[in-house]
Design a binder for this molecule. Structure first.
Ligand code: FAD
Ligand code: DLZ
Ligand code: SF4
Length: 514
């Protein structure tokens, strides 16, 4: 009487809900490296190596915990290349009475799980993913009947539910949100903490060879691969973050600095998303740091909000909005992304820095993703679906449930404001305020017109003018529109011509078909 328990590549947690419904003595865990998962986008090589190595190490951890693991490698000659084909083969090997699986993280894979019961003629139990604080049902109950799905109110409910940073039903510090304290620009500082680096072991080296061999045409390279690939090493990285970076996490949350890839960020998202770290546990430890005087409230509240607020909210939106979300394109944008999004080869320093770092490490921090690559793509009117695929491809932490709402919703305003109350666009002034990028750029951030004018400046006004019909009712844009209207017609005309000339050059020099 065997149960087959498929464990997917982002379900690498020892207390996964499906495992709770199984018995180590009788049941078989199935883990599958399959070609279909590697090619739905051209995943960055680091992302592939990370996932396969973490999966292989997790199989060893499961075995050490007493489980029987049937592990199918990508280069197994009989590998069918997809989850359903591998379940069919595993049924032949083990003749299980039933299948128990934790729900998939995205629509594409959920649709596969849904047909297994009919296809294989045995019961399939799909367990809720209890690694999230908010269930689908709870999110829908929260969202139903609301005119606006404001993250802040969702977040407060999650604080109440978890009790995080709550005293007698009230938020600690008598405020829910310390965002205003968290917008300091950073200075270059030799004492900036550095995340730990992990030397690849034999398992990772094998995977690196496999990825280099099979995915040579995918972006990135594996020369300096140093991610943690086990729960124990991910835990070391978390401990290092709490000890060294959390205290200043809040102050510099939105800062960007040349050559400083990590600043005071945790760099834990790949481990949380694939299951090596438990998000709620991290939040409780952040709170403990505050309560024991180890970190200030603005940092700890900011960190907790990112996880039980933004992260949970993005998942809720993803599942609530359904399959059609990916096609939403409120602003009717269709420009092809410049080919230098895959090389970093541009003379705009903020972009070359962010893209260069992304290609080198498969990571960029939030403000780089939102206000540099995302902002630029939105200003030029890039096709939001293509932008989504780019983010899904290049980041090690990218899974559709979290990447899509962040990119298409928050960053590209593709959903017309369901998720963000205004488009995240800015001129060069914002980038200049929050970074040191402009100081070593060939463009002058103060100029709007001329060969050396920062392209973000004319593009920003052009974006607002172009979309006036759709955006004029947005209260948060009333001020920029008033500023635009105060400019002389000649100045406005010169700005629009500057933007048009830039976009023409971009299409000729930088366009690429996807
Ligand atoms: P920290 O700055 O240390 O933040 C702490 C934690 O909060 C993160 O580890 C993460 O788990 C969570 N978090 C923070 N912001 C968000 C957010 N907006 N949504 C969800 N979780 C958040 N995050 C992903 O995990 N996967 C993605 O594919 C992804 N794509 C993004 C695409 C765009 C266009 C934007 C603007 C943001 C995206 N994010 C994504 C959110 C954010 O950029 C990353 O979570 C963060 O940079 C990860 O680095 P970190 O662990 O150092 O985060
Ligand atoms: C992202 C990814 C990749 C590249 N490869 C695999 C794989 O071979 N096997 C696997 O189980 N999972 C992989 N993943 C992660 C899955 O795509 C992820 O589990 C789904 O997105 C969940 O819906
Ligand atoms: Fe980017 Fe403009 Fe600053 Fe150059 S001047 S780094 S293009 S914002």
């Amino acid at each position: 009487m065997t149960t087959l328990v498929p464990v997917l590549g982002d379900q690498l947690s020892l207390d996964l809900s499906s495992l709770r419904a199984a018995e180590p003595s009788d049941d078989v865990i199935l883990m599958m490296e399959v070609a279909e998962e590697t090619t739905y986008v051209r995943h960055h090589k680091i992302k592939l190596a990370y996932i396969f190595s973490a999966m292989r190490h997790h199989a060893l951890a499961l075995e050490a915990a007493g489980w029987r693991v049937d592990y199918v490698r990508l280069d197994d000659p009989d590998n069918t290349g997809n989850f359903t084909g591998e379940i069919a083969r595993a049924i032949q090997r083990h003749d299980p009475e039933r299948i128990v699986v934790t729900e998939a993280g995205e629509w594409r894979v959920a649709a596969m799980l849904d047909i297994w019961e009919t296809l294989f003629g045995r019961p399939v139990k799909i367990c809720p993913d209890t690694r999230f604080v908010c269930s689908h049902y709870e999110f829908d109950a929260w969202a139903s009947g609301r005119r606006e799905l404001t993250m802040e109110f969702f977040y407060r409910d999650m604080r109440r539910k978890t009790g995080l940073l709550m005293d007698d039903g009230k938020p600690v510090g008598e405020r829910w949100n310390f965002d205003k304290d968290n917008r300091k620009p950073a200075q270059v500082d030799l004492l900036t903490p550095r995340p730990l680096r992990f030397t690849p072991d034999q398992v990772t080296r094998d995977v690196i060879a496999l990825v280099n061999d099979r995915f040579a045409d995918h972006p990135g390279d594996l020369e300096g691969f140093d991610y943690a690939v086990t729960a124990a090493d991910a835990e070391r990285q978390a401990a290092s973050f709490f000890a060294n970076a959390l205290p200043q996490f809040g102050d510099y949350e939105d800062a960007m600095l040349t050559g400083e890839r990590f600043l005071w960020h945790s760099i834990l998202s790949p481990y949380i998303n694939s299951g090596l770290l438990d998000p709620l546990d991290l939040c409780r430890r952040a709170e403990a740091a505050y309560r024991s005087g180890g970190a200030p409230l603005n940092s700890v509240e900011g960190y907790i909000r990112q996880i039980i607020g933004w992260r949970e909210y993005m998942r809720g939106i993803y599942w609530r909005e359904g399959l059609g979300y990916v096609d939403r394109n409120f602003l009717e944008h269709g420009r092809v992304l410049p080919n230098w999004y895959w090389t970093g080869d541009t003379d705009m320093h903020c972009l070359s820095e962010t893209i260069g770092q992304t290609l080198a490490t498969a990571h960029a921090h939030h403000i780089q993703r939102l206000m540099v690559t995302g902002n630029f793509a939105l200003l030029i009117g890039a096709d939001p679906k293509q932008v989504h695929l780019w983010y899904l491809e290049v980041y090690v932490d990218a899974y559709e449930w979290v990447e899509l709402p962040n990119t298409l919703g928050m960053s590209q305003f593709g959903d017309g404001g369901l998720l963000g109350s205004k488009p995240y666009v800015s001129s060069g002034a914002y980038i200049n305020r929050m970074s040191d990028y402009c100081g070593s750029c060939r463009y002058n951030v103060k100029k709007r017109i001329g060969d050396d004018a920062c392209p973000f400046n004319a593009l920003y006004w052009d974006f607002l003018a172009r979309h006036r019909d759709k955006l004029k009712g947005n209260r948060r844009l009333a001020m920029p529109y008033r500023t635009w209207d105060r400019q002389s017609e000649a100045d406005q005309q010169a700005t629009l011509e500057q933007a048009a000339a830039f976009l023409r050059r971009l299409d000729i020099d930088g366009g690429v078909s996807y």
